[in-house]
Design a protein around this ligand. Structure first.
Ligand SMILES: Nc1ncnc2c1ncn2[C@@H]1O[C@H](COP(=O)(O)OP(=O)(O)O)[C@@H](O)[C@H]1O
Ligand SMILES: N[C@@H](CCOP(=O)(O)O)C(=O)O
Length: 327
């Protein structure tokens, strides 16, 4: 569920009076999502999404997130356009929370991504990397290499009981990543959470990217590594070479990866898998039994991490440098 803060019709009508939008016909809370409270608004000019930002989104980061969506939308990317209030501001306040109204995007996220979806998301991600190059604001990644050890330390005592050997496994992984993390690769604005549930398709055409609330400045190829994990494993947990190849081909239809980025991809993929393992683990342990939220399995990402450990070079993924699948 993702309505942590409820609102009354009167509160909402008063809030919308500060926006240059039509009259409200209906609104409803949106069940999907985990971080913020989202509502679908049907107004007589169009539909919109109203988001009330909950505790994990820092108020000072909102100008970056909303400004980035506006920047990308103005450059022709399919992402939500934040609506300015009558006083020009992008951020308002509703029910004691910072709040924003953004345009509604049509489409559905793919429940069972196929290589054609991976190609499309790769191409759109690279277009986003290019379009973000002249965005004026910056934001450091708050969930990068330096943050993983403290995140593990916060969970490790409770996590040890979940799986024998987990402590040594993660300790070894952190040491490897801290010693081998690439530092001199191209960087820029990345989405950092471009999972299938954040990418909409209409039929087979990509119709939009949403949920920019982890966006930040970091290595561009780290975004590719996040997608390699999120899009290119089948339901049984096996790496899907056709999807991996399609993701990279799509990406390179818009931006060519450097030799350094290709060489670093297995390490970046290990880091990306660890990042989602650690945040899911934290949430798993912190969410009380019976809470009205679907907990995501952390060990799904530990298995992906273990797979990447077996990969020496990008060719070992079964995707050679020319983009052909190895036999
Ligand atoms: N601009 C949008 N257009 C259409 N639906 C949206 C839009 N933004 C969010 N949604 C809907 O709200 C849900 C939750 O949004 P998301 O940003 O992923 O929330 P959270 O940050 O809380 O995880 C999405 O799965 C989607 O159904
Ligand atoms: N994509 C992350 C969780 C973040 O959830 P979102 O609804 O904000 O995309 C994961 O799968 O762990």
């Amino acid at each position: 569920m993702a309505v942590y803060t409820d609102i009354t019709e009167a509160e909402l009508a008063a809030f919308l009076a500060d926006y240059p939008v039509g009259r409200m016909h209906a609104y409803k809370g949106i069940a999907e999502g985990v971080e913020n409270s989202n509502f679908l608004l049907h107004l007589d000019d169009a539909s919109y999404i109203l988001t009330l930002y909950e505790k994990r989104v820092a108020r000072e980061d909102l100008p970056f997130f909303l400004g980035l969506m506006e920047h990308l939308a103005e450059k022709g990317l399919s992402c939500p356009l934040p609506i300015h209030r009558n006083d020009g501001a992008l951020i308002g306040e509703l029910a004691g929370r910072p709040a924003a109204v953004i345009s509604f995007l049509e489409g559905m996220w793919p429940r069972d991504p196929a290589p054609r979806h991976c190609y499309a998301v790769g191409a759109e991600m690279a277009a986003m990397h290019r379009a973000g190059a002249d965005f004026g604001l910056t934001r450091a990644n708050a969930l990068s290499l330096a943050d993983w050890r403290p995140l593990w330390n916060a969970s490790r005592d409770d996590a040890r009981t979940l799986r024998p050997g987990l402590g040594d496994d993660i300790k070894g992984e952190l040491a490897f990543l801290e010693a081998n993390w690439p530092r001199d690769l191209p960087s820029g604005v990345i989405h950092a959470d471009l999972f299938p549930d954040n990418v909409f398709f209409l039929d087979d055409r990509l119709s939009g990217l949403i949920d920019f609330y982890f966006a930040c400045n970091d290595l561009l190829a780290y975004d590719v590594a996040v997608c390699l994990n999120a899009w290119c494993f089948s339901r049984d947990g096996a790496f899907d070479r056709a999807s991996g190849r399609a993701l990279l081909e799509g990406y390179e239809s818009e931006r060519t990866l450097t030799a350094g980025e290709r060489a670093a991809l297995p390490t970046l993929a290990r880091g990306a898998a660890l990042r989602f393992f650690l945040t899911r683990l934290y949430d798993w342990l912190a969410t009380p039994e019976g809470a009205f939220v679907v907990k995501k399995d952390p060990f799904e990402y530990l298995r992906r991490l273990h797979f990447h450990r077996t990969v020496g070079t990008i060719a070992d993924y079964g995707i050679d440098d020319e983009g052909d699948e190895a036999s």
